[in-house]
Design a protein around this ligand. Structure first.
Ligand code: CAA
Length: 272
């Protein structure tokens, strides 16, 4: 994928080609590492439907050689969440507002949110490892984007906040499941229903971050992690991630059977 994306943003509207720069995104591929940068620092990397549509397209067109996807934000904040213009009657130019979305029929409404979720879901694919590099605020959709990644490296000034319930909404950008998986139901209820800020040290303590570093060391720490991830065998890494992702939904016996299946394929490909 180049510097442009086909963006289908307005409910019922037609897709239109716009530059990633216009959407506030940068995307670079360097060998086995792809880096997606939310790049609207003056608006604290607020996200729109165009952001999510472009993210989905990046996922669909990810070059085959990519094994690690880094998601980062330019400027002082990872992301201040959804663009608050969505809450105004005027909305975001070309993308409508919540008041226009509210009038959609059930199926169209469902489809609109499903389209947005596509921008987040691919980050869990077994053939890649996604890493969020989070500094400053990660609010609402920003927190959910970090949760959509497999791993989170936080600068020690990171502030995570699930703001949606405070705004009369629910978190709907794929974040509720990873949050519960990571911190447990009680802590997830407490974090979401108070909409409080979780700082970096607490995030690491409760399982929301793999690593906390000084802000100036964030990208080097992510690079070191990516290098370590790239040091393992690609196919074994994919199969192992698939196994780990399925573990919670299986009994021990089912998981053992899944291990046997994956190992048979590995050993046959290595020695067959
Ligand atoms: N949407 C649009 N613009 C935003 C924005 C947002 N979410 N967040 C910040 N901005 C803009 C500000 O309006 C300001 O613009 P101007 O310079 O033109 O006035 C600029 O970014 C800088 O903002 P601040 O001065 O507030 O920056 P800060 O560093 O002092 O504070 C912040 C950062 C704590 C994130 C604060 O900006 C903030 O609280 N933003 C709103 C967060 C929010 O409520 N987001 C929505 C969460 S809900 C969600 O994402 C999902 C959902 O609803 C479905």
């Amino acid at each position: 994928m180049g510097e442009r994306a086909m963006v289908d943003v307005a409910p019922g509207g037609s897709a239109e080609e716009v530059s990633l720069a216009e959407i506030g995104l940068r995307y670079e591929v360097d060998g086995e590492i792809a880096t997606i940068t939310l790049d609207r620092p003056d608006k604290r990397n607020a996200q729109t439907f165009a952001t999510w549509s472009a993210l989905a397209q990046i996922g669909e067109n990810l070059p085959q050689q990519v094994r690690v996807v880094v998601v980062r934000g330019e400027g002082p904040s990872f992301s201040a969440g959804i663009d608050l213009r969505m809450f105004t009657p005027e909305g975001v130019p070309g993308q409508g507002s919540f008041s226009s979305t509210a009038t959609l029929g059930g199926a169209a409404f469902d489809e609109r949110i499903a389209q947005a979720q596509k921008g987040f879901l691919w980050l869990r694919r077994p053939d890649i490892v996604s890493v969020a590099a989070v500094q400053g605020h990660a609010v609402g959709a920003g927190f959910q984007l970090a949760l959509a990644c497999d791993l989170r490296v936080l600068a020690d000034d990171a502030k995570l906040c699930m703001k949606e319930p405070a705004l009369g909404l629910v978190p709907d950008l794929t974040g509720t499941k990873p949050l519960v998986d990571l911190v447990g139901l009680s802590r997830a209820v407490e974090i979401c229903l108070t909409a409080r800020v979780v700082g970096a040290q607490e995030a690491a303590r409760i399982g929301l971050a793999e690593l906390v570093v000084a802000p100036g060391e964030l990208m080097q720490a992510v690079r070191d992690l990516a290098d370590a991830l790239l040091a393992t065998n690609r196919d074994a890494a994919t199969a192992t991630k698939r196994l780990l992702q399925g573990a919670q939904g299986r009994t021990l016996e089912e998981q053992c059977a899944a291990e046997r299946q994956e190992q048979m394929a590995r050993i046959r490909s290595l020695f067959g």
